[in-house]
Design a protein. Structure first.
Length: 180
């Protein structure tokens, strides 16, 4: 399925690779800011406050637990996140999944826990494109997620559990850039 759209997506994926590299470079250069942040309680509840931010991402990179299955670790795509509060954001996007098929997703991040400078919680949503799950149709998922954001760069770290022989478990890193 993805291959028949590859001509259409190739320019998008090339731009995403450049975007991904820029985010990675910018993120690595701002990581020292974590260590000089103001001291605070390490564990806590994030106070919900309204915000209005738009973040873009170039997909994500995954490390699959089933290393013998020749799964796609470079899940290149295009996604967006609208953060409307300090604990929640809407997300949607498209990416090349572990089975090298096109997947789409839409969901809600809910991250009420603070772990130092990081937020923890889960992303709840729906996605498609996995042939062994609902024959490629839409299905619901809840995935644990940890996020870090600093000014205009950030990342989401998600741990997807394996589900029978239908979905492959992975740790996924999604870099993102704030555009508004």
């Amino acid at each position: 399925m993805f291959k028949k759209y590859s001509i259409l997506y190739r320019p998008i994926f090339s731009a995403c690779r450049i975007f991904f590299g820029t985010i990675l470079f910018t993120g690595l250069t701002t990581l020292p800011a974590i260590s000089i942040a103001e001291p605070q309680d390490f564990f806590g509840i994030v106070e919900s406050k309204p915000v209005s931010e738009i973040w873009l991402n170039p997909g994500f990179y995954s490390y699959h637990f089933q290393t013998d299955k020749d799964l796609n670790n470079s899940n290149i795509g295009l996604g967006g996140e609208y953060r409307y509060s300090t604990v929640s954001s809407f997300t949607l996007g498209v990416f090349e999944n572990s089975d090298r098929e096109t997947s789409r997703y839409a969901g809600l991040y809910w991250q009420p826990l603070r772990l130092g400078a990081f937020r923890a919680g889960a992303v709840f949503g729906a996605l498609d494109g996995y042939q062994k799950m609902q024959e490629g149709g839409w299905f619901l998922a809840a995935i644990p997620a940890v996020s870090y954001e600093y000014k205009y760069v950030g990342f989401n770290l998600m741990i997807t559990p394996s589900y029978k022989d239908k979905l492959y478990g992975a740790i996924s890193l999604q870099l993102k850039l704030r555009v508004y």
